[in-house]
Ligand binder design. Structure first.
Ligand code: NAD
Length: 484
């Protein structure tokens, strides 16, 4: 019963970088699924724009191959795919040159939603914005969608915001963080703000600590040169993990409205405490038996880039003072697993003798694999053995509860692209939010750079460096297991 699909207005969506990896793996398969769901109407069009001098047919062939590769087999009806591909057009454009733009202008229609997805290297964002404006392709109703990374520090993020704001208002700029498009991440907001049960205890008085884990099994492989300039802090913490933290920690917005939600998120970021070196553990994966370590994939044999980071983060406000948020993310770990776990405190007084059976309530929000939500609660162990306690999960998983086919639940990119067409910015990062996140991140990175800190080695397939265990042990806590 995942349904109630409301078609969006007719659109012309231009995808700069339409032949690239992201477009082929995520954006176009996502649009195809929205098309199958009936959300994209018959007049809407998707225009690929990239440097290659493709014909429309060549572009359609490329996207056909992408659908075959990335869409589930039972959704690959040839007639459906052909009908979808008929919505595709292509224009050859180089972001750095003047040719091609008049062709683009000529095929765009008046009176339909105009959106431009910048699925290209961030170094080209400014060129695209400037040329769209200079060639009079955009108007006050047009939208631009920007991929990550948005800057690599506060200075570069500010410069990019300044460039974009020369040509577009903030209401036209959609900075994507695809974690915000995940079903369970939005469900977290529903659980917090549509129930009376959680909000009264959603504070330091009742919450012991929060763990946010984003674990990957992949290493950097061919992307070593890119990753050397980034690292886990810039690639994952400054954006995705910070967004998750904000949704857990923010005050209830007065309305589920883009600026009301984003105002509350910015307040959380501004309340983040500076971090000392004792609250950070950085790691770099070592060579395994079949594969080289980070260093072998890096361009720099001396690279100090972290492929793993764990942090203890504290929020200095009335609600959270005293409740640490432990964040960790890394590559080449034991399992591909992401979750948020909110661990509640002990009841003030135990009336049961079976103290050993007691375990804390934990709200676990699983982001991958299999998005879902579980609340761990204590119950009586069934049977005649006296009052013994046991912990069971209350399954709050969206797809199961609604009897939905998991394939029908839109993935993050699908939902976010539809939000762009609908003109809803709630799940996109505002410029000041990105800058606030960099303002907190910059001194941390500068600190370890100035000290010349080296990341600690960790075994591929492990849970990360040894020191990360200590980060919690010191506080009398332990990480949850990383497992699928
Ligand atoms: P890619 O290298 O596979 O594709 C880049 C695209 O840009 C190609 O279509 C290429 O033709 C086009 N392009 C390159 N130079 C151009 C120019 N001068 N003018 C016009 N077009 C040009 O890259 P990708 O992996 O698809 O990534 C695109 C963007 O998305 C990047 O900002 C990246 O950081 C971001 N991103 C990618 C992923 C992913 O999974 N691939 C995930 C998150 C974010």
């Amino acid at each position: 019963m995942v349904s109630r699909v409301i078609p969006v207005d007719t659109f012309d969506l231009v995808i700069f970088g339409g032949t690239g990896d992201l477009a082929r793996r995520k954006i176009l398969p996502g649009l195809y699924r929205r098309y199958l769901a009936g959300q994209m109407n018959a007049d809407s069009r998707i225009i690929g724009a990239a440097r290659a001098k493709n014909t429309v047919e060549q572009f359609r062939d490329l996207i056909h191959a992408a659908l075959v590769e990335f869409v589930p087999k039972d959704r690959q009806e040839p007639a459906d795919m052909a009908a979808f591909l008929a919505h595709l057009d292509y224009v050859a454009i180089d972001a750095k040159e003047e040719s091609g733009w008049t062709n683009l202008k000529a095929i765009l229609r008046p009176n339909v939603v105009r959106a431009f997805y910048f699925s290209v290297a961030p170094a080209l964002f400014g060129d695209l914005a400037e040329r769209l404006h200079a060639h009079h392709i955009t108007d006050a109703g047009s939208r631009i969608v920007l991929e990550k990374p948005f800057g690599r520090d506060l200075i570069s993020a500010r410069a990019l915001n300044a460039t974009l704001s020369k040509y577009f208002s903030e209401a036209q700029i959609y900075r994507i963080d695809h974690y915000l498009g995940k079903e369970t991440v939005q469900n977290l907001m529903a659980v917090r703000f549509a129930n009376i049960l959680f909000e009264p205890i959603w504070k330091a008085q009742y919450i012991d600590h929060v763990q946010i884990t984003v674990a990957e099994t992949m290493g950097v492989e061919g992307r070593g040169a890119y990753y050397d300039k980034s690292g886990a802090m810039r690639d994952m913490v400054q954006n995705h993990m910070m967004q998750l933290l904000c949704l857990i920690a923010m005050e209830p917005p007065y309305h589920f409205d883009p600026d009301a939600v984003r105002d509350e998120k910015v307040k959380v970021i501004r309340a983040l405490q500076p971090i000392t070196s004792a609250e950070i553990v950085r790691g770099q994966y070592l060579a395994g038996k079949d594969d080289g370590g980070y260093i072998e994939h890096s361009q720099d044999p001396n690279s100090k880039t972290e492929s793993y980071i764990a942090l203890k983060v504290e929020i200095a406000n009335w609600r959270w003072k005293g409740t640490p948020f432990y964040l960790r993310t890394g590559k080449k770990l034991r399992a591909r697993y992401s979750e948020i776990a909110i661990t509640f405190k002990e009841p003030p007084h135990s009336i049961f003798d079976d103290a050993n059976g007691w375990k804390p309530n934990v709200l676990v929000i699983r982001l991958q694999p299999n998005e879902g939500m579980n609340l761990m609660v204590m119950i009586k162990e069934p049977g005649p053995g006296g009052m013994r306690l046991m912990q069971v999960p209350l399954d709050m998983t969206f797809a199961d509860a609604l009897g939905a086919d998991a394939d029908d639940v839109p993935d993050a990119y699908e939902r976010l692209i539809m939000d762009v067409i609908r003109g809803n910015q709630t799940l996109f990062m505002r410029g000041d939010e990105v800058e606030a996140a960099w303002a907190w991140t910059d001194p941390i990175i500068q600190g370890w750079e100035a000290r010349g800190d080296r990341p600690q080695g960790y075994d591929a397939g492990s849970s990360g460096p040894e020191d990360a265990l200590m980060l919690l042990h010191r506080d009398g806590r332990r990480w949850r297991e990383i497992k699928e």
